[in-house]
Design a protein around this ligand. Structure first.
Ligand code: NAD
Length: 309
Protein backbone atom coordinates (compact mmCIF):
# COMPACT_ATOMS: atom_id res chain seq x y z
CA UNK A 1 0.00 0.00 0.00
CA UNK A 2 1.09 3.56 -0.60
CA UNK A 3 0.32 6.45 1.72
CA UNK A 4 -0.01 10.19 1.10
CA UNK A 5 -0.22 13.10 3.51
CA UNK A 6 -3.62 14.78 3.53
CA UNK A 7 -2.99 18.45 2.73
CA UNK A 8 -1.22 20.19 5.59
CA UNK A 9 -2.59 17.84 8.27
CA UNK A 10 -0.52 15.21 10.05
CA UNK A 11 -2.74 12.47 8.65
CA UNK A 12 -1.03 9.91 6.43
CA UNK A 13 -3.71 8.03 4.55
CA UNK A 14 -3.66 5.00 2.29
CA UNK A 15 -4.15 5.71 -1.40
CA UNK A 16 -6.97 3.15 -1.30
CA UNK A 17 -9.57 4.39 1.20
CA UNK A 18 -12.43 2.38 2.69
CA UNK A 19 -15.82 4.03 2.05
CA UNK A 20 -18.17 2.54 4.62
CA UNK A 21 -21.53 3.60 3.17
CA UNK A 22 -22.21 0.06 1.83
CA UNK A 23 -21.92 -1.19 5.44
CA UNK A 24 -25.15 0.77 5.98
CA UNK A 25 -26.81 -1.30 3.21
CA UNK A 26 -27.19 1.69 0.90
CA UNK A 27 -26.28 -0.52 -2.08
CA UNK A 28 -28.46 -3.42 -0.90
CA UNK A 29 -28.36 -5.72 2.11
CA UNK A 30 -24.93 -6.83 3.25
CA UNK A 31 -23.98 -9.38 5.91
CA UNK A 32 -22.71 -7.68 9.08
CA UNK A 33 -20.20 -10.49 9.73
CA UNK A 34 -18.87 -10.27 6.18
CA UNK A 35 -18.65 -6.48 6.53
CA UNK A 36 -16.59 -6.89 9.69
CA UNK A 37 -14.26 -9.35 7.95
CA UNK A 38 -13.92 -6.91 5.05
CA UNK A 39 -12.85 -4.15 7.47
CA UNK A 40 -10.33 -6.49 9.15
CA UNK A 41 -8.91 -7.66 5.82
CA UNK A 42 -8.57 -4.05 4.64
CA UNK A 43 -6.62 -3.11 7.78
CA UNK A 44 -4.39 -6.21 7.48
CA UNK A 45 -3.63 -5.19 3.89
CA UNK A 46 -2.63 -1.65 4.88
CA UNK A 47 -5.82 0.30 4.14
CA UNK A 48 -5.91 2.80 7.00
CA UNK A 49 -8.47 5.43 5.95
CA UNK A 50 -12.13 4.81 6.79
CA UNK A 51 -14.98 7.18 5.98
CA UNK A 52 -18.52 6.94 7.35
CA UNK A 53 -21.49 9.15 8.26
CA UNK A 54 -24.56 9.00 10.51
CA UNK A 55 -26.55 9.26 7.26
CA UNK A 56 -25.35 5.92 5.82
CA UNK A 57 -28.09 3.45 6.67
CA UNK A 58 -29.33 6.02 9.20
CA UNK A 59 -26.58 5.16 11.71
CA UNK A 60 -26.25 1.49 10.69
CA UNK A 61 -22.89 1.99 8.95
CA UNK A 62 -21.43 3.77 12.00
CA UNK A 63 -22.69 1.01 14.30
CA UNK A 64 -21.17 -1.72 12.12
CA UNK A 65 -17.90 0.12 11.53
CA UNK A 66 -17.58 0.85 15.25
CA UNK A 67 -18.03 -2.84 16.08
CA UNK A 68 -15.52 -3.86 13.40
CA UNK A 69 -12.91 -1.36 14.65
CA UNK A 70 -13.10 -2.56 18.27
CA UNK A 71 -9.47 -3.21 19.30
CA UNK A 72 -8.18 -1.77 15.99
CA UNK A 73 -9.05 1.92 16.38
CA UNK A 74 -5.41 2.97 16.72
CA UNK A 75 -4.56 1.42 13.35
CA UNK A 76 -6.89 3.65 11.34
CA UNK A 77 -7.56 7.24 10.36
CA UNK A 78 -11.28 7.62 10.96
CA UNK A 79 -13.60 10.18 9.37
CA UNK A 80 -17.28 10.77 10.04
CA UNK A 81 -19.71 13.57 9.25
CA UNK A 82 -22.45 15.78 10.63
CA UNK A 83 -25.36 17.76 9.22
CA UNK A 84 -27.06 15.11 7.07
CA UNK A 85 -29.34 12.55 8.70
CA UNK A 86 -31.70 11.38 5.94
CA UNK A 87 -32.50 11.79 2.25
CA UNK A 88 -34.09 15.14 3.03
CA UNK A 89 -33.04 15.63 6.61
CA UNK A 90 -30.37 18.25 7.23
CA UNK A 91 -29.43 20.21 10.33
CA UNK A 92 -26.22 22.24 10.27
CA UNK A 93 -26.90 24.13 13.52
CA UNK A 94 -24.11 24.24 16.11
CA UNK A 95 -26.41 22.56 18.62
CA UNK A 96 -27.00 19.58 16.33
CA UNK A 97 -23.31 19.39 15.39
CA UNK A 98 -22.32 19.03 19.06
CA UNK A 99 -24.96 16.37 19.76
CA UNK A 100 -24.26 14.56 16.49
CA UNK A 101 -20.57 14.09 17.20
CA UNK A 102 -21.25 12.62 20.63
CA UNK A 103 -23.73 10.18 19.06
CA UNK A 104 -21.22 9.23 16.35
CA UNK A 105 -18.40 8.71 18.87
CA UNK A 106 -20.68 6.44 20.88
CA UNK A 107 -21.59 4.36 17.82
CA UNK A 108 -18.00 4.27 16.61
CA UNK A 109 -16.81 3.21 20.10
CA UNK A 110 -14.09 5.84 20.26
CA UNK A 111 -13.52 9.17 21.97
CA UNK A 112 -12.28 11.07 18.92
CA UNK A 113 -12.36 11.00 15.13
CA UNK A 114 -9.48 12.11 12.95
CA UNK A 115 -11.70 14.06 10.57
CA UNK A 116 -15.15 15.53 10.93
CA UNK A 117 -16.93 16.68 7.78
CA UNK A 118 -20.01 18.83 7.31
CA UNK A 119 -21.94 16.44 5.06
CA UNK A 120 -23.32 17.59 1.69
CA UNK A 121 -23.07 21.30 2.36
CA UNK A 122 -24.94 22.32 -0.79
CA UNK A 123 -28.17 21.35 0.99
CA UNK A 124 -27.48 23.80 3.81
CA UNK A 125 -27.47 27.58 3.99
CA UNK A 126 -23.91 28.56 3.04
CA UNK A 127 -23.93 31.50 5.47
CA UNK A 128 -24.83 29.13 8.31
CA UNK A 129 -22.16 26.60 7.27
CA UNK A 130 -19.50 29.33 7.26
CA UNK A 131 -20.58 31.27 10.34
CA UNK A 132 -22.04 28.56 12.59
CA UNK A 133 -21.32 24.98 11.48
CA UNK A 134 -17.60 25.27 10.84
CA UNK A 135 -16.91 27.37 13.97
CA UNK A 136 -18.78 24.69 15.99
CA UNK A 137 -16.61 22.02 14.38
CA UNK A 138 -13.49 24.02 15.29
CA UNK A 139 -14.69 24.07 18.90
CA UNK A 140 -14.95 20.28 18.77
CA UNK A 141 -11.40 20.23 17.46
CA UNK A 142 -10.27 22.31 20.46
CA UNK A 143 -12.08 19.84 22.74
CA UNK A 144 -10.16 16.95 21.15
CA UNK A 145 -13.25 15.27 19.69
CA UNK A 146 -11.89 15.62 16.16
CA UNK A 147 -8.34 16.22 14.96
CA UNK A 148 -9.29 18.03 11.74
CA UNK A 149 -12.37 19.32 9.97
CA UNK A 150 -13.69 19.61 6.43
CA UNK A 151 -16.65 19.73 4.09
CA UNK A 152 -18.16 17.30 1.60
CA UNK A 153 -20.58 17.81 -1.27
CA UNK A 154 -21.25 17.48 -4.98
CA UNK A 155 -21.15 20.95 -6.64
CA UNK A 156 -17.52 22.05 -6.83
CA UNK A 157 -18.68 25.68 -6.88
CA UNK A 158 -20.21 25.35 -3.40
CA UNK A 159 -17.15 23.62 -1.96
CA UNK A 160 -14.93 26.35 -3.39
CA UNK A 161 -17.15 29.16 -2.08
CA UNK A 162 -16.95 27.76 1.42
CA UNK A 163 -13.21 27.10 1.31
CA UNK A 164 -12.64 30.68 0.18
CA UNK A 165 -14.78 32.03 3.03
CA UNK A 166 -13.40 30.00 5.93
CA UNK A 167 -10.35 27.77 6.42
CA UNK A 168 -10.99 24.01 6.20
CA UNK A 169 -8.44 21.21 6.49
CA UNK A 170 -9.95 18.82 3.95
CA UNK A 171 -12.54 18.59 1.18
CA UNK A 172 -14.26 15.37 0.13
CA UNK A 173 -15.61 15.55 -3.42
CA UNK A 174 -17.49 12.75 -5.14
CA UNK A 175 -18.23 11.85 -8.78
CA UNK A 176 -15.87 14.56 -10.05
CA UNK A 177 -12.80 12.42 -10.70
CA UNK A 178 -13.26 9.06 -12.38
CA UNK A 179 -13.46 7.61 -15.89
CA UNK A 180 -16.57 9.72 -16.48
CA UNK A 181 -15.46 13.09 -15.10
CA UNK A 182 -12.19 14.75 -14.14
CA UNK A 183 -13.10 18.34 -13.34
CA UNK A 184 -11.92 17.91 -9.75
CA UNK A 185 -8.41 18.13 -11.22
CA UNK A 186 -9.00 21.35 -13.14
CA UNK A 187 -11.55 23.17 -10.98
CA UNK A 188 -10.96 22.19 -7.34
CA UNK A 189 -7.36 20.96 -7.12
CA UNK A 190 -5.69 24.35 -7.88
CA UNK A 191 -7.53 26.03 -4.98
CA UNK A 192 -6.81 23.11 -2.64
CA UNK A 193 -3.14 23.20 -3.57
CA UNK A 194 -2.84 26.95 -3.00
CA UNK A 195 -4.59 26.77 0.40
CA UNK A 196 -2.98 23.54 1.65
CA UNK A 197 -6.35 21.78 1.80
CA UNK A 198 -6.27 17.97 1.66
CA UNK A 199 -8.41 16.46 -1.10
CA UNK A 200 -10.31 13.19 -0.92
CA UNK A 201 -11.87 11.68 -4.02
CA UNK A 202 -14.98 9.56 -3.52
CA UNK A 203 -17.13 7.38 -5.74
CA UNK A 204 -14.42 6.20 -8.17
CA UNK A 205 -17.01 3.81 -9.62
CA UNK A 206 -19.41 6.73 -10.01
CA UNK A 207 -21.61 5.21 -7.28
CA UNK A 208 -21.66 1.81 -8.95
CA UNK A 209 -22.16 2.94 -12.56
CA UNK A 210 -18.65 1.82 -13.56
CA UNK A 211 -19.22 -1.80 -12.56
CA UNK A 212 -20.44 -4.82 -14.50
CA UNK A 213 -23.59 -4.77 -12.35
CA UNK A 214 -24.36 -1.10 -13.13
CA UNK A 215 -25.63 1.60 -10.77
CA UNK A 216 -28.31 1.17 -8.09
CA UNK A 217 -31.94 2.17 -8.79
CA UNK A 218 -31.51 5.47 -6.89
CA UNK A 219 -28.54 6.58 -9.03
CA UNK A 220 -29.31 10.07 -10.43
CA UNK A 221 -27.76 9.39 -13.87
CA UNK A 222 -30.24 9.45 -16.77
CA UNK A 223 -30.77 6.28 -18.81
CA UNK A 224 -28.45 7.54 -21.58
CA UNK A 225 -25.53 7.63 -19.14
CA UNK A 226 -26.36 4.23 -17.69
CA UNK A 227 -26.41 2.81 -21.22
CA UNK A 228 -23.08 4.42 -22.11
CA UNK A 229 -21.48 3.06 -18.92
CA UNK A 230 -23.01 -0.35 -19.73
CA UNK A 231 -21.47 -0.26 -23.24
CA UNK A 232 -18.09 0.63 -21.75
CA UNK A 233 -18.39 -2.24 -19.24
CA UNK A 234 -19.22 -4.63 -22.09
CA UNK A 235 -16.30 -3.33 -24.13
CA UNK A 236 -13.95 -4.15 -21.23
CA UNK A 237 -15.61 -7.49 -20.52
CA UNK A 238 -15.03 -8.63 -24.12
CA UNK A 239 -11.38 -7.79 -23.72
CA UNK A 240 -11.12 -9.97 -20.64
CA UNK A 241 -11.23 -7.52 -17.75
CA UNK A 242 -13.66 -5.79 -15.42
CA UNK A 243 -14.32 -2.07 -15.98
CA UNK A 244 -14.14 -1.53 -12.18
CA UNK A 245 -10.46 -2.47 -12.16
CA UNK A 246 -9.69 0.11 -14.84
CA UNK A 247 -11.86 2.73 -13.13
CA UNK A 248 -10.22 2.23 -9.73
CA UNK A 249 -6.68 2.19 -11.07
CA UNK A 250 -7.37 5.42 -12.97
CA UNK A 251 -8.29 7.12 -9.68
CA UNK A 252 -5.52 5.61 -7.54
CA UNK A 253 -2.98 6.96 -10.06
CA UNK A 254 -4.10 10.57 -9.64
CA UNK A 255 -1.65 12.29 -7.28
CA UNK A 256 -3.81 15.39 -6.76
CA UNK A 257 -5.82 13.64 -4.03
CA UNK A 258 -4.49 11.94 -0.91
CA UNK A 259 -6.88 9.02 -1.08
CA UNK A 260 -9.70 7.56 -3.15
CA UNK A 261 -12.65 6.18 -1.23
CA UNK A 262 -14.08 2.95 -2.60
CA UNK A 263 -17.42 1.84 -1.18
CA UNK A 264 -16.88 -1.68 0.17
CA UNK A 265 -18.69 -4.19 2.37
CA UNK A 266 -17.22 -7.57 1.37
CA UNK A 267 -13.77 -9.18 1.38
CA UNK A 268 -14.12 -9.76 -2.36
CA UNK A 269 -14.52 -6.01 -2.92
CA UNK A 270 -11.48 -5.30 -0.76
CA UNK A 271 -9.48 -7.88 -2.71
CA UNK A 272 -10.59 -6.51 -6.07
CA UNK A 273 -9.74 -2.94 -5.01
CA UNK A 274 -6.29 -4.14 -3.97
CA UNK A 275 -5.92 -6.05 -7.25
CA UNK A 276 -6.79 -2.88 -9.15
CA UNK A 277 -4.23 -1.00 -7.08
CA UNK A 278 -1.51 -3.54 -7.99
CA UNK A 279 -2.51 -3.88 -11.66
CA UNK A 280 -0.42 -2.18 -14.34
CA UNK A 281 -1.84 1.09 -15.63
CA UNK A 282 -3.30 0.91 -19.15
CA UNK A 283 -3.55 4.48 -20.50
CA UNK A 284 -4.60 3.28 -23.95
CA UNK A 285 -7.59 1.39 -22.56
CA UNK A 286 -8.49 4.41 -20.39
CA UNK A 287 -8.55 6.54 -23.55
CA UNK A 288 -10.75 4.02 -25.37
CA UNK A 289 -13.26 3.68 -22.55
CA UNK A 290 -13.43 7.43 -22.06
CA UNK A 291 -14.09 7.85 -25.77
CA UNK A 292 -17.18 5.64 -25.36
CA UNK A 293 -18.59 7.44 -22.32
CA UNK A 294 -17.36 11.04 -22.64
CA UNK A 295 -19.71 12.32 -25.38
CA UNK A 296 -22.81 11.08 -23.52
CA UNK A 297 -21.49 12.15 -20.16
CA UNK A 298 -20.72 15.68 -21.33
CA UNK A 299 -24.30 16.11 -22.48
CA UNK A 300 -26.06 14.81 -19.37
CA UNK A 301 -24.01 15.31 -16.22
CA UNK A 302 -23.63 18.69 -14.44
CA UNK A 303 -20.07 19.77 -14.93
CA UNK A 304 -17.90 21.55 -12.41
CA UNK A 305 -16.57 23.71 -15.24
CA UNK A 306 -20.04 25.01 -16.06
CA UNK A 307 -20.88 25.42 -12.39
CA UNK A 308 -17.92 27.74 -12.03
CA UNK A 309 -18.63 29.97 -14.98
P1 NAD B 1 -18.37 3.84 -5.41
O1 NAD B 1 -18.15 4.57 -6.68
O2 NAD B 1 -17.18 3.44 -4.63
O3 NAD B 1 -19.30 2.58 -5.73
C1 NAD B 1 -19.71 1.71 -4.72
C2 NAD B 1 -20.41 0.50 -5.36
O4 NAD B 1 -19.46 -0.26 -6.07
C3 NAD B 1 -20.99 -0.44 -4.32
O5 NAD B 1 -22.12 -1.07 -4.89
C4 NAD B 1 -19.90 -1.45 -4.11
O6 NAD B 1 -20.41 -2.64 -3.64
C5 NAD B 1 -19.36 -1.59 -5.52
N1 NAD B 1 -17.94 -1.99 -5.56
C6 NAD B 1 -16.94 -1.66 -4.72
N2 NAD B 1 -15.77 -2.17 -5.13
C7 NAD B 1 -16.04 -2.84 -6.26
C8 NAD B 1 -15.25 -3.56 -7.17
N3 NAD B 1 -13.94 -3.68 -6.99
N4 NAD B 1 -15.85 -4.10 -8.25
C9 NAD B 1 -17.17 -3.95 -8.46
N5 NAD B 1 -17.99 -3.28 -7.64
C10 NAD B 1 -17.44 -2.72 -6.55
O7 NAD B 1 -19.35 4.78 -4.60
P2 NAD B 1 -19.58 5.18 -3.10
O8 NAD B 1 -19.72 4.03 -2.18
O9 NAD B 1 -20.69 6.14 -3.19
O10 NAD B 1 -18.30 6.06 -2.73
C11 NAD B 1 -17.29 5.57 -1.90
C12 NAD B 1 -17.32 6.18 -0.51
O11 NAD B 1 -17.08 7.59 -0.60
C13 NAD B 1 -18.67 6.07 0.24
O12 NAD B 1 -18.80 4.81 0.85
C14 NAD B 1 -18.53 7.20 1.21
O13 NAD B 1 -17.71 6.81 2.30
C15 NAD B 1 -17.80 8.27 0.40
N6 NAD B 1 -18.75 9.23 -0.23
C16 NAD B 1 -19.05 10.37 0.41
C17 NAD B 1 -19.94 11.28 -0.13
C18 NAD B 1 -20.24 12.56 0.62
O14 NAD B 1 -19.68 12.80 1.66
N7 NAD B 1 -21.13 13.40 0.12
C19 NAD B 1 -20.56 11.02 -1.36
C20 NAD B 1 -20.24 9.85 -2.03
C21 NAD B 1 -19.31 8.97 -1.45
Amino acid sequence: MQYRVLGTTELEVSVVGFGASPLGDVYGATGPEEGKRAVHLAIDEGINFFDVSPYYGISLAEHRLGAALEGRRNKVVLATKCGRYGGNEFDFSARRVFASVDESLHRLRTDYVDLLFAHDVEFGDIKQIVEETIPAMRRLQEQGKTRYIGVTGFPLRTLIRIARAVPVDAILSYCHYNLLADDLATVLAPLAESQGIGLINASPLHMGLLTERGGPAWHPAPSEMREAAGSAAEYCHHRGFDISDLALRFCFDYPGVATTLVGMATREQVRSSLRAFEAPADPQMVRKVRAIVAPVFNRFWPSGREENQ
